[in-house]
Design a protein around this ligand. Sequence first.
Ligand SMILES: Nc1ncnc2c1ncn2[C@@H]1O[C@H](COP(=O)(O)OP(=O)(O)OP(=O)(O)O)[C@@H](O)[C@H]1O
Ligand SMILES: [Mg+2]
Length: 310
Amino acid sequence: MIITVTLNPAVDKTVEINDLHINRVNRVASARVDAGGKGINVSKVILNLEGKSKAIGFLGGKAGTFIKGYLDEMGIANEFVFVKGETRTNLKIVDPMQHTNTDINEIGPDITLEDSKKIDNIISESVNEKTVIVFSGSVPPNVDLATYQKWIQRAKEKGAKAILDADGELLQLGIEAGPYLIKPNIHELERLLARKINSMEDTVECAKDLMGKYGIEIVVVSMGEKGALFLNKQVTIFAEGIKVDVKSTVGAGDSMVAALAYAIDKGSSFEDAVTLAVAAGTANVMTCGTEPSSLEVIRELEKKVQWKYL
Ligand SMILES: Nc1ncnc2c1ncn2[C@@H]1O[C@H](COP(=O)(O)OP(=O)(O)OP(=O)(O)O)[C@@H](O)[C@H]1O
Ligand SMILES: [Mg+2]
């Protein structure tokens, strides 16, 4: 069973405005509304891969009810704690004329100690040795940054596999608990180590150091169009980026994480996991914004993935 954790979900509202200007009335050419937040996006991609996951986290207000309805309708199992206050609505303004993307993101509701205890219980009850649990994205403003660390620790104690996809202090503290897999992009890895990474060898070195120091089983370093590096205890694999028509790169990493969770849950070989992860990440950039990519496209891309052992 795969569980995705989204502590700060959002309603993603994407509007298309031709020739956007501030201090002016702008007309919306088209609009779409999706349930979003990194963990929820992971659940959506898992569904596209014909896998199953349960989404958990915090929701609030009308936006929260919308997200719950959206997941129910899609057939994604979910168990959210409803909190006081309103789940975020994040506005993305796409301007095809000026080729710009403008994001206006809300912060999200405060979480009480009681709410935190409720999610604590949901996690404790849902996790067992067959679970792959994905912690991704930011946390609400007043939530302890060591939260992922605590839950990774607990997941490990129960024999579950924890995947961590976070940035900054959440990542820093989270890795100290020794998650099963981390997937920083190269910039997140540089921030984690507080230095520039200059070459492939350097990246491999950094990833190996992290594995050794914290007992991480798998490190995946994604590098956007350049591809990604995958390491486990036995092998190091570099997969090149596939040249495609790029519509939006937002969420490529989430798709990659979804594919990795799916492959691990299924017991796929490392090499098959690499192939699926690159195909899913690439498929994501071929669609606009939060639109899902189809399994057919992912299967076609799998044939084009090129990887080598380093
Ligand atoms: N422009 C691109 N062209 C081709 N493939 C891409 C492109 N951007 C991303 N990918 C694929 O998706 C994978 C993950 O992308 P990336 O490194 O950008 O993740 P990320 O920064 O974590 O993204 P996010 O957090 O927004 O989901 C890459 O390793 C690559 O395989
Ligand atoms: Mg990412």
